[in-house]
Design a binder for this molecule. Structure first.
Ligand SMILES: CC(C)(COP(=O)(O)OP(=O)(O)OC[C@H]1O[C@@H](n2cnc3c(N)ncnc32)[C@H](O)[C@@H]1OP(=O)(O)O)[C@@H](O)C(=O)NCCC(=O)NCCS
Length: 325
């Protein structure tokens, strides 16, 4: 069957790629080599608008719109003869200053391994970091097809770097326990965007408000097709301040849940707040019918909660000419 490349059309294709990710998520076993729906939503509706503007910018920051457009314009789609998506090449951080710039993501269809070479060629051409003159891609240890393809194309593995894949089954979850006076609330009840984006900024260790997500970025996130305000969880302190957070995402077709992001304000760490908000989220997902939650993280929090390690990915780097690194 022949396939053909096509540029991404945001209006038409966001939902079609989402459906493709749902269709292929379980096809490669555990863990998936493709993104889950949460990452697809989060990249377009939060990462891009956040990277494009300072947290202090009011209104609709032009840089945020530019970053969204850049992310969309870099996506390549491959379709079969019947017009069904069989491959997607994309980036996650549309900002040449970001350390993740130059990273390739290939969303694949299990019946089209022959596309890998063409997808990599496209990504090397379009996604290259011009300052470091390189691209890189994480390859799961069991993904022989991708490993062979990148090795053939001159990538070198970085054996000293690893990303852990974790998973938890959603049975037998303990009840969350919070310190007295603290409570889990949702953005369906609270929806204080300024407190919420400050918490997110601080949880990821940014004291400067310019480095927090802009109000526009948070509102964009709330427009993401799979975002639900009642699944955006915050731990509220007795004085009303926001201290920890977790957004849950539900892939009902695959009976899978996702957490993105999880964080605790630095002044409130090691008091069990992240454990409690994550357990709250996991129990909500279980009640919706999800049976497990995969996760890519090296934070000790998750194994403390009961996630177990199911695999490792390592980066492979392709450098182009002198000055590459
Ligand atoms: C990771 C993070 C969310 C943990 O939040 P927290 O509220 O401090 O976590 P908890 O108090 O619920 O910790 C529960 C358990 O996880 C483990 N844990 C949490 N933070 C840890 C750390 N820094 N080092 C080692 N173990 C840790 C411990 O086993 C802890 O239990 P204990 O305190 O009884 O030993 C917080 O440090 C954070 O926001 N970091 C920055 C953002 C981030 O990395 N997010 C997660 C990845 S997406």
């Amino acid at each position: 069957m022949t396939t053909r490349w096509r540029a991404y059309d945001p209006e038409r294709d966001f939902g079609r790629v989402r459906e493709f990710l749902v269709r292929t998520y379980l096809a490669f076993g555990t863990p998936s080599v493709n993104w889950g729906i949460e990452r697809w939503n989060y990249a377009r509706y939060f990462v891009a608008p956040m990277l494009g503007a300072a947290g202090t910018e009011p209104g609709v920051p032009p840089g945020a719109l530019r970053a969204i457009r850049m992310w969309e314009e870099m996506i390549g789609l491959w379709e079969d003869e019947r017009g069904r998506i069989v491959g997607v090449a994309n980036i996650e951080h549309p900002d040449p200053e970001h350390r993740g710039f130059g990273e390739i993501f290939l969303q694949r269809h299990p019946e089209h391994p022959e596309l890998l070479d063409e997808m990599l060629a496209y990504a090397e051409d379009r996604f290259r970091d011009p300052r470091k003159n390189r691209v890189f891609i994480f390859v799961h240890e069991t993904d022989a097809a991708l490993r062979d393809a990148v090795a053939r194309r001159g990538y070198a593995e970085k054996p000293d770097v690893a990303a852990s894949h974790l998973e938890i089954r959603l049975d037998d979850l303990p009840a969350p326990v919070l310190p007295p006076g603290f409570a889990v609330r949702t953005m369906a009840e609270e929806d204080d965007i300024d407190r919420r984006r400050e918490l997110l900024g601080r949880a990821f260790n940014h004291p400067d408000p310019a480095d927090w997500p802009s109000a526009f970025a948070y509102r964009e996130l709330q427009r993401a097709p799979d975002y639900r305000r009642e699944h955006d969880l915050v731990v509220v302190a007795p004085d009303g301040s926001y201290t920890a957070c977790c957004i849950i995402w539900h892939d009902a077709e695959n009976r899978i849940g996702h957490l993105e992001p999880v964080g605790t304000h630095p002044d409130f760490r090691r008091r069990g707040l992240a454990r409690a908000v994550v357990l709250h989220g996991l129990r909500t997902l279980a009640a919706l019918g999800a049976t497990r939650v995969p996760m890519e993280s090296d934070a000790p929090l998750y194994e403390a909660i009961g996630f177990r390690k199911v695999g490792v990915s390592r980066p492979w780097v392709k450098a182009f000419g002198p000055g590459a690194g």
